[in-house]
Structures are given as structure tokens and as C-alpha cells.
Write a protein that binds this ligand. Structure first.
Ligand SMILES: Cc1cc2nc3c(=O)[nH]c(=O)nc-3n(C[C@H](O)[C@H](O)[C@H](O)COP(=O)(O)OP(=O)(O)OC[C@H]3O[C@@H](n4cnc5c(N)ncnc54)[C@H](O)[C@@H]3O)c2cc1C
Length: 381
């Protein structure tokens, strides 16, 4: 597969990079250290037109391709990994399932404002007792006589929780159908009565992203907000996560590239034993090794994006890309800290942040153990 980037791809990169340099870079240290989810910056980012990269013009999209979107996520992650997942959760985890499984009315009402960057989106699957095993949903939706549903339960660790306007939420509608056929997906709006927010997570990294608990107490959801068919929720969740994993892989790639870049620059400046660190072969070879790993990960991430674009099966490609890119991000961020020495362990330099941010890419949207399950089950089918 050839990854000659087109002028359009370059435009998406430039848009994200321009925003990253001008708006994210100057305040990232402060926002990271103080754990600031900056709603104004988020609105500005959504307004850039990145959310609509691959959606049709009739929904407000640019009708380009998935790779354009992935390149933008990668680019944003170089400057601010938290902001990159704010965008990725909105597009991959909220807009995409509405686009893939929604009715025309749902698309008009919910997809268009997400694509146009006017609304922020979120995805609520994880519960205290349903993490990797998402089939163990304890949130319940009971169907009422008028066709509406009443939701009760809670979700934890939800990216954009509390800030998002639109939420894709999963709940058990019929336990007798078993976990895989008894779960349904719903579109919730932030201001629905009974829908509130609980604990805000205090995290190791991605401090500029907001992660919150969702609480549902007798939330009445109209029948027209059921996404897909009743009982189709588990399938919708898994398909959605397939796409989301490419976004996380792009985030990881961006973090790895930023860590490598910082390490290269530092190695040229820092003098020990009378010469810059980069003049020691053990350092220059380490940097070369880091570069090779970044480039290998890049091919996997872009390949998965292209397969999604071409409507080819891409679950395994996304799983491989996410596992490899996130492991590469952790490895490179760790090596970057090593090259910085004691300064790398200090919060004065950005490599400490890269290391803290990289870790989450191995965990969310399916842990890296889950990516092994996806890949091994396809391999041994
Ligand atoms: C910052 C952040 C943002 C998040 N955003 C969202 C979001 O927007 N929406 C959402 O729904 N969720 C979100 N999550 C939740 C995230 O997807 C889960 O944390 C993740 O899926 C793992 O679930 P868990 O934490 O319950 O871990 P567990 O499922 O308890 O797993 C713990 C460990 O055991 C391993 N493990 C579990 N089962 C097996 C097995 N069968 N074989 C081998 N190993 C296994 C796991 O890989 C992991 O290493 C977020 C989490 C965080 C931390």
C-alpha cells in the first residue's frame, strides 16, 4: 500500500499543526500541570473542520478520507495528547456510530452538529464491573408502554464526560437474550432529566482531557434515540471501538514522534565529556532505533485507516496498529526520558509528560491484551 500523501492530506496536517503550534504549545505545560480541560480551546479545535474529514458533505463533512482525520489526530497529539483524544472520542466514538448505525433523522439531529464541530461527543460503555468484559453491563434500560426507555445505572472513565453534549450509552435491555444480544445503544443528550455526572478522574496523564463518571437515574430516553436495533448494542460497541483504536494508535504515534523530536534536539545541545550527547554512538544508535520503530508504527496506523476508508474488514489491522503504536509510544517516551537523564524525570521538560501520556494508549479502547485476543482469534479461526 502506498502512502503518498495528497495535497488534501497535507492541508489537514497543516491545519492541526498550525493550531498545535499557535494555540496548544504555548500553554500545554500549564494546562497539563494544573489539569485544565480548556473548553474554549476545545471549541476552537472543533471549529477547525477536522471532525468532518471523512463524512459526507450532506452532514457537513469534507468528504475526504479517514487518513486525513487520522493525520490530524496524530498531529494534535504531538502538541497535546489530551486534546487529540478529545477530538478522537467525538469523531470515532460518537459521530461514527451514529453515521454507521443511525437513522436519517438521528444523523440530521446529532451527526451534523458533531461533524460541523458545534457539539462535543462521548461514548459510555465502561462500568465499574464491566471493563474489558464489556458484556457485563449493569446499566439497565426498561422499555415503557409509549416505546421510550428508562435508564438506570452508571458509567465510569468516560472521555469528555460532563463536557460533551451528545453521548452514546449502552445498557441492558433484555438480560434473557444473553449479554451479547441483550444490550442496546442509545443517544443521550447532556440535559436529559436524571442524567448527571459523578467523579472526575484524577489521572496519571492526558491531564488536558476530561474523564468523568456518568450517572443515570430514571433517565427517560425517547424511542427515536435507540441507536440501531434493540439488542444490537454489543455489536455497535465493538464496531465502534475498531475505528476508535485507529484514533488511539494515531494519538500514540504523535506522542512517540514528539518524544523522539525532543530527544533528538536535547542530544544535540547537552554536552558531557566535552561533546554533545548525540556524538556518542550509544545515543545516536538509540535515536536511530527509535526512529525505525516510529516509522514501522506509522505504516500500520495508516494502513488501518486506509482499510477503514476502503470499507475492507479492518478490525485486526486496527488491533495491530493500536498495540504496536502504543507499545512504541511507551518505549520511545521511556528512552527519551533516559536520554534527558535527570532532566527527563523533571516536569520542567516535556518528556515526562510524553511518558505519562503514552501509558493510557496501552489501556483504553481495549487494553493491549484485548488487541492480542482480537488478533489471535482471527489468526486461529
Ligand atoms: C483516561 C481513560 C479514558 C477512558 N475513556 C473511556 C470512554 O470514553 N468510554 C468508555 O466506555 N471507557 C473509557 N475508558 C475505560 C477503558 O476503556 C477501560 O479502562 C479499559 O477497557 C479496561 O477496563 P478496566 O479498567 O475495567 O480493566 P480490567 O478489565 O479490570 O482489566 C485489568 C487488566 O486485566 C487484563 N485482562 C482483563 N481480562 C483479561 C483476559 N481475559 N485475558 C487477559 N488479560 C485480561 C486487562 O488487559 C488489564 O490489563 C477510559 C479509561 C481511562 C483510564
Amino acid at each position: 500500500m502506498d502512502f503518498n500523501l495528497t495535497d488534501v492530506h497535507q492541508e489537514f496536517i497543516n491545519l492541526a499543526a498550525g493550531f498545535g503550534k499557535k494555540k496548544l504549545a504555548p500553554t500545554i505545560t500549564e494546562r497539563d500541570h494544573q489539569g485544565i480541560f480548556d473548553e474554549d480551546l476545545v471549541s476552537e479545535m472543533l471549529g477547525l473542520g477536522l471532525c468532518g474529514a471523512y463524512f459526507e458533505e450532506k452532514y457537513g463533512g469534507a468528504e475526504c478520507d479517514v487518513l486525513s482525520y487520522i493525520l490530524a489526530v496524530e498531529e494534535l497529539a504531538k502538541y497535546d495528547a489530551g486534546m487529540s483524544i478529545t477530538l478522537s472520542a467525538t469523531v470515532s466514538l460518537c459521530a461514527n456510530p451514529i453515521w454507521q448505525f443511525g437513522t436519517e433523522a438521528q444523523k440530521e439531529k446529532y451527526l451534523t452538529p458533531l461533524v460541523e464541530g458545534k457539539k462535543l461527543g462521548a461514548f459510555g460503555l465502561t462500568e465499574p464491573n464491566a471493563g474489558t468484559d464489556a458484556s457485563g453491563q449493569q446499566t439497565v434500560a426498561v422499555k415503557n408502554e409509549d416505546g421510550s426507555y428508562t435508564l438506570n445505572g452508571s458509567k465510569i472513565f468516560i472521555t469528555n464526560g460532563g463536557a460533551a453534549d451528545i453521548y452514546i450509552v449502552f445498557a441492558m435491555t433484555d438480560k434473557s437474550q444473553g449479554s451479547h444480544n441483550g444490550i442496546s445503544a442509545f443517544i443521550l443528550e447532556k440535559d436529559m432529566p436524571g442524567f448527571t455526572f459523578g467523579k472526575k478522574e484524577d489521572k496519571l496523564g492526558i491531564h488536558t482531557s476530561q474523564t468523568m463518571e456518568l450517572v443515570f437515574q430514571d433517565v427517560k430516553v425517547p424511542a427515536e434515540n435507540l441507536l440501531g436495533q434493540e439488542g444490537q448494542g454489543f455489536k455497535i460497541a465493538m464496531k465502534t471501538l475498531d475505528g476508535g483504536r485507529i484514533g488511539v494508535a494515531a494519538q500514540a504515534l504523535g506522542i512517540a514522534e514528539a518524544a523522539l523530536q525532543d530527544a533528538v534536539e536535547y542530544s544535540k545541545q547537552r554536552v558531557q565529556f566535552g561533546k554533545p550527547l548525540c556524538k556518542f554512538q550509544s545515543i545516536s544508535f538509540k535515536l536511530a532505533d527509535m526512529k525505525m520503530k516510529v516509522e514501522a508504527a506509522r505504516l500500520l496506523v495508516y494502513k488501518a485507516a486506509c482499510k477503514k476508508q476502503e470499507d475492507q474488514p479492518f478490525s485486526v489491522d486496527a488491533a495491530i496498529a493500536k498495540r504496536v503504536a502504543s507499545d512504541v509510544a511507551m518505549e520511545i517516551a521511556t528512552e527519551a526520558v533516559q536520554i534527558f537523564g535527570g532532566y527527563g524525570y523533571s516536569e520542567e521538560y516535556p518528556v515526562a509528560r510524553h511518558l505519562r501520556d503514552a501509558k493510557i494508549t496501552q489501556i483504553y479502547e481495549g487494553t493491549n491484551e484485548v488487541q492480542l485476543m482480537v488478533t489471535s482469534s482471527a489468526l486461529l479461526r
